[in-house]
Design a protein around this ligand. Structure first.
Ligand code: IPE
Ligand code: IPE
Ligand code: MG
Length: 252
């Protein structure tokens, strides 16, 4: 494994990591730059974090790039973010493919401009057989929106109340078939979910760093992984019990 130490290789690595990539605007402001320069720098940073995730052996990475609430920002910022996503997909696709990254999109693709949809779908198609890292790009994603979509689809499918279980609901989420996130990292210090994976992250470990996203590098990721490795995940039980074992009783 390149660029990882013996200690890294012995560390308990989360299977699925989610990242709320926050702080681009403040990063730019602290340098006297426009907000979009922060988003550009944040996008550049993605390349090194994805590379680091592959090196650490993380299997699923979900990145929060644009929330359903972010449409409320000024028009030029929203347009800039849409443009940056289109550019980054085009530019990074060869390297992502080379790294063995399988790209997915979570969120509402249908509300995005046609040219962007095409680029996203093309990248998904080209990378679909890659096996090293599943990368979910949450763009136009909202956790509540995802739950509403899931409920509507269950009703369309004629699901009866007796059939509704946590597993069934998970199978209607954008992340169907994927393990729940083990670790959620939020950069820039905010202590909130901001509507990210609110169903899936019920037992995720949270790690918040004051570092702004464009400065979050491999060393910062290592710190988050070290913190994760030291957590005692009890899932409501006691440490000495097998924390992974039985499922909760479905009371209703
Ligand atoms: C995160 O950075 C990127 C998006 C939400 C699109 P922000 O733009 O939220 O940066 P801050 O929080 O204003 O610093
Ligand atoms: C969350 O960041 C969304 C993304 C990182 C894409 P925000 O900056 O939009 O979150 P709030 O508004 O501070 O909660
Ligand atoms: Mg923010």
């Amino acid at each position: 494994m390149a660029n990882t130490s013996k200690n890294d290789e012995q560390m308990k690595i989360p299977t699925h990591v989610g990242i709320i990539m926050d702080g681009n605007g403040r990063w730019a402001k602290s340098r006297g730059l426009p907000r979009l320069a922060g988003h550009k720098a944040g996008t550049e940073n993605l390349r090194r974090v994805i590379r680091a995730c592959v090196e650490f052996g993380i299997q699923y990475l979900t990145i929060y790039a644009f929330s359903t609430e972010n449409w409320g920002r000024p028009k030029d910022e929203v347009e800039g973010l849409l443009r940056i996503l289109a550019e980054v997909i085009e530019k990074e696709l060869p390297e992502l493919n080379e790294q063995g990254v399988q790209l997915h999109h979570i969120g509402r693709l249908e509300d995005l401009p046609e040219n962007l949809r095409q680029k996203v779908n093309k990248a998904i198609e080209i990378t679909k057989n890659n096996q090293r890292l599943v990368l979910n790009v949450a763009f136009n994603y909202g956790g509540r929106d995802e739950i509403v979509c899931a409920i509507k689809q269950m009703m369309r499918d004629g699901v009866t109340p007796e059939q509704v279980t946590p597993d069934l609901i998970s199978s209607y989420m954008f992340t169907a078939g994927m393990p729940d996130p083990d670790l959620i990292i939020r950069t820039s210090g905010e202590m909130r979910t901001s509507n990210f994976l609110i169903w899936q992250a019920s037992y995720a470990e949270w790690y918040v760093t004051p570092t702004f996203w464009p400065d979050f590098d491999k060393e910062e990721l290592r710190k988050a992984l070290v913190a994760f490795a030291q957590r005692d995940r009890r899932f409501g039980k006691l440490s000495e019990q097998d924390a992974t074992g039985s499922k909760p009783v479905n009371a209703c």
